[in-house]
Design a protein around this ligand. Structure first.
Ligand SMILES: [Ca+2]
Ligand SMILES: [Ca+2]
Length: 199
């Protein structure tokens, strides 16, 4: 009986040890997982050409990347018609790419790009750690309010920003992207008057 009791006791100790080991393992896993989710995802970098209505966007143009309306990255261009440099350093050695980064970004999130105040024609899905060439274009800059119709509403917006200056196309009212809202912008709207409007 004594031997049996001793054996039983050893068994109990083994079970306790095993339980302790499992508890430790679970705790370690929980800590690791908790730690991993606190790490910011690797950024997604973009570079490429930059055209506003088939013309190279001027240097000094601000390109921003937004996800659900929130800005997660921006770059100010240093050369006309491009943003960021490629792997060989073309389009400006040492120039950074457009870095899209944030704690909350999920892989596969839809990235929208803006050239100044204008939404680009292209979008891209976020992929942590990726580097992508994405050529960005914007069309119909003379549709200042972006409603698809060129009319008085667009002229009014130009009038409200009349004489203001900023980086090229910082406002949609800077239709020709030269950094100032003036007669040249008004003329462009005039040249496309009535386009896209229901009659
Ligand atoms: Ca319009
Ligand atoms: Ca202008």
């Amino acid at each position: 009986m004594k031997v049996n009791a001793l054996h039983h006791c050893h068994e109990m100790q083994l079970v306790l040890l095993k339980t302790a080991a499992v508890v430790c393992l679970v705790l370690a896993l929980a800590l690791t997982v908790g730690h991993a989710s606190a790490i910011t995802p690797l950024p997604h970098a973009f570079y490429g050409t930059l055209l506003i209505d088939n013309e190279p966007a001027p240097s000094g143009t601000v390109v921003t990347a937004r996800i659900q309306g929130q800005v997660y990255g921006s770059i100010t261009t240093q050369y006309p018609g491009t943003y960021g440099s490629d792997a060989s350093g073309n389009w400006g050695p040492g120039i950074q790419k457009l870095i899209v980064q944030g704690d909350e970004i999920d892989n596969g999130a839809l990235i929208e790009f803006y050239i100044g105040a204008l939404p680009a024609d292209q979008t891209f899905l976020f992929s942590s750690g990726a580097v992508s060439r994405l050529d960005l274009t914007v069309s119909v800059p003379w549709d200042v309010n972006g409603d698809g119709c060129i009319n008085l509403s667009d002229l009014v917006l130009i009038g409200q920003s009349w004489g203001n200056t900023g980086p090229p196309h910082w406002t949609r009212a800077d239709v020709n992207s030269d950094g100032v809202v003036n007669l040249s912008d008004l003329v462009l709207v005039g040249q496309h008057w009535g386009e896209g409007c229901e009659t």
